[in-house]
Design a protein around this ligand. Structure first.
Ligand code: GTP
Length: 433
């Protein structure tokens, strides 16, 4: 498991994509509505907008600035184009569009069926604008997100691929369950799989069972699909480990809702995991995660006969740093040390376990090698740089380290803690162990 965490952006809101395609095009003849939507998009996602009040204005913008636009919100009834002509205009540029409409007609549904729009919204006050804002957030988060579609029917595969591709997702395809498993193995960053039941070589159920052995529900969402007329197929998909089920024939609306809902559930779980295990100040793992993950890693190393090294590190005279330079500067010092630790010990479980105290567990190296690395790190700390490096604040750390084949991680930690105490007592800015 990769225990390295950078300053994570999880839990934060998505914001406008960097690069050229970052604008949302709003095509709406009521100026007050387009301005309100523009300010909501700016406030929620820092999204810049381009506004057109007519079909003609929209065409001019698309002629000149289409490559700056990543999504569009379009009123289907414009004064100079009352029959949804603007939707064709936007679709021709392959820009995902959300249609704003006064009434839901078959024409609107047809546009969705044909993949010209990703969704439609009834123009009815603030809740509908909130829905649009959430959709734009979804499109932002979809950028580059990998989804796998497994179906032996080329036409079904193509329909779903086109639909999800339109929503900004990075769609991978597989023509049977075996190919799907191979894709999942080769690309563990796939977040969602849509899998048909009836496939050659490995069917949908077998795929789900095998995929679940590789990845839990916190990492991968699976939606089963079937056109079979058996009432128990959905239950069996769910019992095998799928998160959801869609029966054929399905509407694009239902498919879109389920895909979005499953992606949102994954994001929620990811945020919860982050909140529970990551220290907010530094982005390092927290005490809870260190003991939980450290225990598992220690157990595994012990079973395999590998030594485990643990180290306790503490910033010296940290109270004086706070007193002299202020609490905010103290925070910067903690972040700086954390960031240097991450950079220099990418193979090690590193956590902030208290105010200015860090713990490390390494199952890759024996004590002498780890001791040398820690000692080099300690000596070079004044010269290490990071974006939080506080200019002019002298920083030193004391380190206690211990390692070996002890059957209990806590015994190693107690010994390292004792060494840390000795390092402090022996003058600080030193390593004992
Ligand atoms: N800025 C900042 N200070 C913190 C944080 N958490 C704890 N502290 C402070 O860290 C200080 C730790 O002080 P002590 O435990 O006396 O340790 P020390 O001054 O580093 O002394 P030695 O460890 O003996 O070298 C306390 O003043 C805490 O208030 C934090 O998140 N940010």
């Amino acid at each position: 498991m990769n225990t390295k965490l950078r300053y994570s952006d999880r839990g934060q809101r998505p914001s406008a994509p960097q690069g050229a395609r970052r604008h949302v095009l709003i095509i709406e003849d009521q100026r007050s509505l387009s301005e309100m939507l523009a300010s909501l998009l700016q406030a929620n996602w820092q999204c810049p907008t381009l506004i057109a009040a007519t079909f003609t204005e929209a065409r001019q913008l698309l002629d000149t600035r289409a490559d700056e636009i990543f999504a569009a919100v379009c009123d289907v009834n414009l004064p100079d184009a009352p029959y949804g002509e603007v939707i064709d205009l936007v679709a021709a540029q392959h820009i995902p569009a959300i249609a704003l409409t006064g009434t839901i007609t078959n024409d609107i549904r047809q546009m969705m069926m044909q993949g010209q729009i990703v969704d439609y919204v009834l123009k009815k006050g603030l809740p509908s604008f909130d829905y649009v804002v959430q959709w734009v957030g979804r499109l932002l988060r979809n950028t580059g997100l990998k989804v796998l579609v497994a179906d032996d029917s080329p036409s079904s595969l193509e329909i779903i691929r086109r639909m999800l591709g339109m929503q900004g997702l990075n769609v991978q395809v597989a023509h049977n369950g075996r190919e799907a498993l191979a894709a999942l193995q080769a690309q563990p960053d796939i977040k969602l799989v849509l899998v048909d039941y009836n496939m050659p070589l490995v069917d949908g159920f077998e795929f789900v069972m095998e995929a679940r052995r590789m990845m839990g529900k916190e990492r991968l969402a699976i939606i089963g699909i079937s056109g079979e007329d058996h009432s128990d197929i959905s239950a069996r998909f769910l019992k095998h480990g799928a998160n959801d089920f869609i029966s054929k024939p399905y509407s694009f609306e239902e498919m879109t809702c389920r895909v979005n809902q499953n992606l949102e559930m994954l994001e929620l779980m990811d945020n919860l995991h982050h909140l529970a295990n990551v220290d907010e100040l530094t982005g390092l793992y927290n005490r809870r995660f260190f003991f939980e993950q450290g225990y598992l890693r220690h157990q595994q190393a012990h079973r395999q006969g590998h030594p485990v090294v643990v180290a306790m590190l503490d910033i010296d005279h940290f109270k004086s740093i706070n007193d002299q330079y202020g609490h905010a500067h103290g925070d910067k010092v903690i972040r700086h040390v954390a960031s240097c630790l991450l950079k220099h010990f990418p193979d090690t479980l590193v956590a902030r376990i208290g105010g200015e105290e860090f713990a490390m567990l390494c199952d890759q190296q024996a004590l002498p090698a780890m001791r040398d690395r820690l000692e080099t790190f300690r000596e070079a700390l004044p010269r290490h740089s990071s974006e939080d490096a506080p200019a002019g604040v002298p920083i030193s750390i004391s380190i206690g380290v211990h390692g070996g084949h002890h059957p209990e991680m806590n015994a190693l930690l107690r010994a390292a803690d004792k060494r840390l105490y000795e390092a402090k007592a022996n003058g600080r800015n030193r390593l004992e162990g």
